[in-house]
Design a protein around this ligand. Structure first.
Ligand code: GDP
Length: 442
């Protein structure tokens, strides 16, 4: 699993707060200490960790948590939101020039995955309707040109090459002319890398940049190299200026440091991630999905948000009081059902819960039908009847059944169930009261 160590530790740190009715400053401090250690162990940049902890701590002891009915969940939501911010908030797309061909210049150190990623990107954008040309500008590494040609032939994408005796700047210029004359609308230039950053390399890249004025310079970095990847990105960005980062080898057992720090340190977004050696293994980078994956949340966050949208917290408190004081009526029951419905179809909601068993879905559909009938019955009652069901005599029952398209038996059943529910509420409240005085009497 992605960032397994980090994921496990973060989840462990937050477990203690989940479902807590009250969160103290001490709870938050303790959790933040554990989160800090987990991030540092995952090789996240020290300054980034400090900043992150500061932001989360400040929010976690603030208004939004204190005033919430579910403070534990609120804190988790804050950690999630700040993780997303750390990685760049929204998905950053590559851009295209208004006048084709669009030119992307791929840069990065040797072994980062530049050649493979050039092929992957050409393949991905071709699926979106582009006609790409790959350009072999690495004239130093033996076999680099051959490697790109192999990638190109596997994909059925043309590779422009002039051998290893021509200057890379001239190759790039010629390639763009070639693309224009053959209606290619995307040119992806695979440039040379080095084992380390050096002046000579930067100068050559600078020259190619000036000669062809690429729409985007995409920096390929190897996530397995952790903080080194971040340092490399910082240097490339300072010396050459990059528009986006492609993080490779996220399928390996990388600890997560590069993914979590590179945007914060360089200010440049991660646009794609490499998830394997095959030419299909590339994905656009979504900070929110990555944060959910790291926190092992499935899509529970959307679920919490939906619940927050649908439920008014004040109303929930009123309802709870009504239940305690036996004033809960059919009218309240109807309102509650409608609030649940506002959140969307039940089976869709349940599907957001990680590990939810799909077999249960069939029963849910039946329940939804049942819910719709119950709703129809209550809606066919007058306000007076809803507030005081004891007045519903035989002729009223007939009228309600006819009005809701159900049967008298169904109306009877609902009224009986509602009475039983009220009895149960009463019992629970009394048990609660006795419980407080001490259970010995039982
Ligand atoms: P270049 O020197 O930067 O052009 O790097 P290459 O494209 O030759 O890639 C170096 C090695 O990394 C190759 O063995 C690739 O198969 C491998 N590689 C590239 N991207 C990924 C990735 O996302 N996941 C994995 N597991 N391997 C990758």
């Amino acid at each position: 699993m992605l960032f397994e160590g980090l994921s496990g530790k973060l989840q462990e740190a937050m477990k203690k707060l989940r479902g807590k009715g009250r969160v103290t400053e001490k709870d938050v401090k303790e959790m933040m200490r554990e989160i800090k250690l987990a991030l540092l162990e995952a090789d996240v940049n020290f300054k980034v960790v400090k900043d992150f902890i500061g932001k989360v701590s400040e929010r976690a002891v603030g208004q939004e948590v204190l005033e919430s009915l579910t403070p534990g969940q609120q804190v988790i939501k804050i950690v999630h939101e700040e993780l997303i911010n750390l990685m760049g908030s929204a998905n950053s797309k590559v851009t295209f020039s208004s006048k084709p061909p669009t030119i992307y210049m791929m840069v990065g150190l040797q072994g980062s995955g530049k050649t493979t990623t050039s092929g992957k990107l050409a393949n991905l954008l071709r699926k979106q309707g582009k006609k790409p040309l790959l350009v072999a500008c690495d004239v130093y590494r033996p076999a680099a040109i051959k490697q790109l040609q192999v990638v190109g032939s596997q994909l059925g994408i043309e590779v422009f090459s002039m051998g290893d005796k021509t200057n890379p700047v001239d190759i790039a210029k010629a390639a763009v002319e070639y693309a224009k004359s053959r209606q290619y609308d995307l040119v992806i230039i695979d440039t040379a890398g080095r084992l380390h950053i050096n002046e000579e390399l930067m100068e050559e890249l600078q020259n190619i940049k000036e000669a062809v004025r690429p729409q985007e310079i995409l920096l390929v970095v190897d996530s397995m190299t952790g903080q080194d990847a971040v340092n490399v990105a910082e240097s490339f960005n300072e010396k050459l200026g990059v528009d986006g980062i492609i993080l490779t080898k996220l399928d390996g057992d990388t600890r997560g440091g590069a993914a979590l720090s590179v945007k914060a340190v360089t200010g440049k977004p991660i646009k794609f991630i490499g998830m394997g050696e095959k030419l299909n293994d590339i994905e656009p980078f979504f900070p929110d999905r990555m944060a959910s994956r790291i926190l092992g949340m499935g899509d529970v966050l959307s679920l919490i948000e939906k619940a927050q949208e649908a439920f008014d917290e004040k109303k929930a408190l009123e309802l709870e009081k009504k239940m305690r004081t036996q004033q809960f009526t059919l009218e309240d029951f109807l309102e509650q059902m409608q609030q649940i419905k506002k959140m969307g179809p039940l089976n869709q909601l349940l599907a957001m819960i990680p590990g939810f068993n799909a077999n249960v879905m069939k029963d849910i559909e039946l329940d939804e039908k049942k819910m719709a009938r119950v709703e129809a019955i209550i809606k066919s009652m007058t306000k007076e009847e809803r507030n005081n069901p004891s007045i519903i005599n035989g002729s009223r029952r007939k009228r309600i059944a006819a009005g809701s398209g159900t049967t008298v038996q169904e109306v009877n059943k609902l009224l009986k169930e509602f009475e039983e529910m009220k009895k149960m509420m009463k019992m629970m409240t009394e048990m609660g009261k006795r419980g407080k005085k001490g259970l010995k009497k039982f």
